[in-house]
Design a protein around this ligand. Structure first.
Ligand SMILES: C[S@@+](CC[C@H](N)C(=O)[O-])C[C@H]1O[C@@H](n2cnc3c(N)ncnc32)[C@H](O)[C@@H]1O
Length: 268
């Protein structure tokens, strides 16, 4: 697949040391996380077993386990896995929350199926060019009727495209690059890839049916534009209200900073 997993691991391991602080301080990220969790809670049932992919420092894993679900959190980056383990011992959550270093391209190594829910938040899946490398493992891990929610970055992000108005054509269309876009994180470089919702639905294939598609930050700015929120907090808050109203309607469900796609496994 040509993915530089080593650089991805190094970059996110370095980021793990300040990840939670950055997340907590960024009001845009807080709003986005709230919307994602609300979406997932629509489909989670009491006592469901969740497998989380690219779980980062385990913010969502801890949240869902504290609501009574059993969560197995996985991530490629050693630093992220250590951060999750710290949370497990601090919260004394060992009964409900477990953790394993595992790339989502190697889910055949996961030992505890069946799961009722697979969850991946905030573009972790944008680090590979072909999502079938992940999805091909899911039928072995899922109970019939299980849900899968992927939060993925699409090529069309209206806020970024507005850069065009300021003459920044490169920034406006950067996500359209067919071979992916080079990310620079914590002194490491690796390739990232953008997917339309229909490309992701197609990658799931005939064993899954599409349940819901929701846009996340179509009109309101993405997290890296936090200066807009800091300068114009009331305007920002109004934009998020518009986003919340339109997020299930085309094209706002597809043209956004991220989209939230939920699929259901039909089972065999
Ligand atoms: C932007 S962070 C999102 C983390 C978390 N889901 C959250 O909501 O905070 C992306 C995460 O994807 C992880 N990641 C990247 N490539 C991965 C892979 N091949 N397998 C598993 N995790 C991966 C990174 O280590 C990082 O923790």
């Amino acid at each position: 697949m040509g993915v530089d997993f080593d650089s991805v691991n190094k970059a996110f391991s370095k980021q793990s040391h300040h990840y939670d602080k950055d997340d907590e301080e960024n009001i845009i990220l807080q709003w986005m996380r709230k919307v994602v969790r609300g979406h997932v809670l629509n489909y989670l049932k009491k006592g469901d077993r969740i497998l989380e992919l690219n779980a980062g420092t385990g913010l969502d894993a801890l949240y869902f386990s504290s609501r009574g679900h059993t969560v197995h959190a996985t991530d490629l980056a050693e630093g992220m896995v250590s951060a999750i383990n710290e949370k497990i011992s601090k919260a004394n959550a060992v009964q409900k929350l477990s953790c394993e270093q595992c790339s989502y391209t190697e889910l055949n190594k996961i030992k505890q199926p069946p799961f009722n829910y697979v969850f991946s938040n905030f573009g972790g899946l944008n680090c590979i060019p072909d999502l079938m490398e992940v999805i091909k493992h899911l039928p072995l891990l899922l109970a019939p009727g299980a849900y899968v929610t992927f939060v993925v970055m699409p090529p069309v992000c209206p806020w970024e495209m507005s850069f065009m108005l300021r003459g920044n054509f490169k920034g406006a269309f950067r996500r359209f690059n067919k071979g992916g876009v080079k990310a620079h994180l914590e002194g490491e470089y690796f390739q990232t890839y953008y997917f339309t919702p229909s490309e992701v639905v197609k990658a799931f294939g005939k064993d899954f049916k599409k349940i819901s598609l929701q846009g996340l930050a179509s009109i309101s700015p993405p997290p890296h534009n936090i200066k807009f929120q800091q300068k114009f907090p009331r305007a920002y808050s109004k934009l998020t209200k518009v986003d919340e109203k339109l997020s299930f309607v085309y094209p706002f469900n597809s043209w956004a900073d991220h989209f939230i796609l939920t699929m259901q496994y039909k089972g065999v």
